[in-house]
Design a protein around this ligand. Structure first.
Ligand code: SF4
Length: 507
């Protein structure tokens, strides 16, 4: 279990209470820990009063802290704050007089000062349980199930590990929206999905959140022969009965299994995937009110080679982070970017028209320009989409040649989605490829990477000479983007979304 200064959730205690009685978790106390400052921007109040990176805030006005929510509550709305700071071995008091709502402006190492609460389930489809730990990046090893991360970062929680104090806190703070993994509303099916003997029925939990006016986005991870078919139908109907009280949306996502999976589950066949798409579409067509409530993730459409729905299907894209609507949004953004580019070109051309001398010289220059070539890496499931996008880009930007390269993951074995491609997958696929075929750089979608600050001691052999922490983009197998570039001998550039993609290749 994560540990900083102070007492934390005790893993043995948690394990023991789970075995004894899941409800007895009310006895477990989540206690305070200092807020460790990671950076102090020069424009901030923190800088003005003399705080430094590495300082630990132990108390504000005599109150201890558990997380950023406590911090905001104690600091934001007061006009006087007394901060008890630990700097090296010294304890110092900083007095701050401020306007209410003035923020400290310092950044913290983590928003959860007392550590992340881990999950109390044993889902048979758990990706985290089924991976080669020595070969994957550290952030993939944590089975977090913490309502605070759900509120702060939109992570899904199951609500099966809420302690008595968690519930009291939710009632006081009313954090929302929350993101909840429902999987199934029938208690026995949900328990099967979560690998539990018992849990509080999810309908009761949702009604409790509604009584607190907390909106909830839900997800169903769908497994063949477990929670699909009539169970999916029932779950959708039960959740629809709670529409807006508190359920705002439902994402249906197919189970993702890799070659490391050991619990005997299987993936959907294409025919089964079609059946799921049909079930959801038929339910939606039953009643116009059903629109924009249940969303199929992009993978269903890609698996069945069905065109992704238009923007109206996704409404305000409430479940984008769960892979719902990313493809449509990307396609729409590409259209917008290319239209914007063509508008700029038209303006440029009419200007040139008024200046024949410049026009002639520009035309001569352009005719001598060689094409700039780039390779764009993706998973094979996205091939039809990325081929279509590259075709449009190449047609709209005549001096650019964007070549999609779609790769299956050898590392995970059975997956072909872009987000799971590892650095080694890309290296293995391209190491014998002549550089001139790859062009001047590889464009890597940011969905494959996580930005992490690595400290010198963590880097070991890598960048041994650097004493300071550096920010690195890390693939799932812990290879950094820079390492991939070094191994392949070609620049690798991360790009997020359509705008960055066009900007990267076209400047
Ligand atoms: S809730 Fe299930 S899938 Fe998520 S971390 Fe826990 S065991 Fe794994």
């Amino acid at each position: 279990m994560l540990s900083m200064e102070g007492t934390l959730i005790n893993k043995n205690e948690l394990e023991y209470s789970r075995i004894k009685d899941p409800q007895s978790q009310k006895d477990i106390k989540i206690v305070s820990a200092p807020a460790v400052i990671s950076s102090v921007p020069p424009w901030s109040l923190a800088y003005e009063i003399g705080l430094e990176p590495g300082d630990k805030i132990i108390e504000i006005n005599g109150n201890k802290l558990r997380d950023i929510m406590d911090f905001d509550l104690q600091f934001k709305h007061c006009d006087y704050a007394e901060l008890l700071i630990k700097r090296a071995d010294e304890e110092i008091i900083f007095e701050v007089e401020k306007d209410a709502d003035d923020e400290l402006g310092a950044e913290f190492v983590t928003p959860l000062f007392n550590g992340v609460q881990e999950c109390a389930n044993k889902c048979p489809f758990c990706f985290i349980e089924n991976q080669p730990y020595e070969e994957t990046r550290e952030s993939l090893h944590l089975r977090d199930d913490d309502f605070r991360l759900s509120y702060l970062h939109g992570s899904y929680v199951t609500l099966t590990n809420l302690s008595f104090s968690d519930r009291k806190r939710i009632e006081e703070l009313r954090p929302g929206p929350l993101y909840v993994s429902v999987h199934a509303t029938e208690p026995e099916v949900r328990n099967l999905m979560l690998g539990r003997k018992k849990s509080i029925p999810i309908a009761d939990e949702l009604k409790w959140l509604d009584s607190l006016d907390i909106p909830v986005h839900t997800q169903i991870v769908l497994c063949p022969e477990m929670n699909d078919g009539k169970h999916l139908q029932r779950t959708i109907e039960d959740l629809y009965a709670l529409k807006d009280h508190p359920v705002v949306s439902v994402a249906v996502v197919p189970v993702g299994l890799t070659k490391f999976h050991r619990a005997g589950l299987r993936r959907f066949t294409t025919d089964e995937a079609f059946a799921v798409v049909n079930l959801v579409e038929e339910w939606e067509q039953q009643n116009p009110q059903h629109k924009n409530f249940v969303f199929l993730s992009d993978e269903w459409f890609l698996m069945t080679h069905t065109p992704v729905p238009g923007p109206e299907y996704y409404g305000e894209y409430p479940q984008l982070e769960d892979g719902v609507g990313m493809t449509r949004l990307f396609l729409s953004e590409i259209e917008n970017e290319l239209a914007r580019h063509s508008e700029l070109q038209t303006i440029g051309h009419s200007k040139e028209h008024n200046d024949t001398v410049i026009a002639r010289s520009t035309a001569t220059k352009q005719s001598h320009q060689t094409k700039r070539k780039f390779s764009w890496i993706n998973g094979t499931i996205s091939k039809p989409i990325v081929d279509e996008v590259a075709k449009k880009i190449n047609a709209a930007l005549p001096n650019i040649e964007l070549k999609p390269i779609c790769i299956d993951s050898q590392f995970w074995g059975t997956t072909n989605v872009s987000g799971l491609l590892t650095g080694n997958d890309i290296y293995t696929a391209l190491k014998y490829c002549p550089k001139e075929l790859l062009g001047e750089a590889l464009v890597i979608p940011s969905v494959m990477l996580k930005t992490t600050v690595r400290h010198p001691e963590e880097r070991e052999a890598r960048h041994k000479d650097l004493l300071e922490s550096i920010e690195e983009n890390i693939f799932l197998d812990d290879m950094s983007l820079d390492e991939l570039a070094e191994k392949l001998g070609i620049p690798c550039i991360k790009a997020w979304g359509a705008e960055e993609l066009i900007e990267t290749i076209h400047g």
